[in-house]
Design a binder for this molecule. Sequence first.
Ligand SMILES: [Fe+2]
Length: 172
Amino acid sequence: MANVMEKEKETKATEAKPAKNTKDTKKSSGLHALLGRQVANWAVLHIKIHQHHWYVKGPNFYTLHLKFEELYEEASLTMDQLAERLLSVGGQPVSTTKEIAAAATIKEHEPFASASDMVQCLRDDFSMVIEETGEAMELAEQEGDEGTHDMLLELKTRLEKHVWMLNAYLNE
Ligand SMILES: [Fe+2]
């Protein structure tokens, strides 16, 4: 009898796991779309910040060249983190340049007039991503997806610090 009960316990334990995973991966397509847009935006930012890194000119070249390098590396990690979270919750991140171009809301920019122009554009791009991150956080919260919510909160906080620093650089 004890053996039967043990068996039953084991069966229940193994049954509980997939049920939890199924619940975790059942997120709305709305949240998937917002996360997908983030992946696309970080892919575009990765290229765009490289452009700043390569083409920046002027007396602040060394400072900005290095700062942009730090930021494009961060953009790459952020894109990967968001894409893998999206996969974890049952979504499919964009993964081709065509899909990225269609999903991104970060815009290409005309040739930059100056280093300040680049910094301003980046500050504005980050500010837009902060707003979009807030929207995705609200949806994640409504759906009880704490993992995605917390990841986005960390991202939003990090971006707010970057915006503060870029504004300080611009003396704004
Ligand atoms: Fe480089």
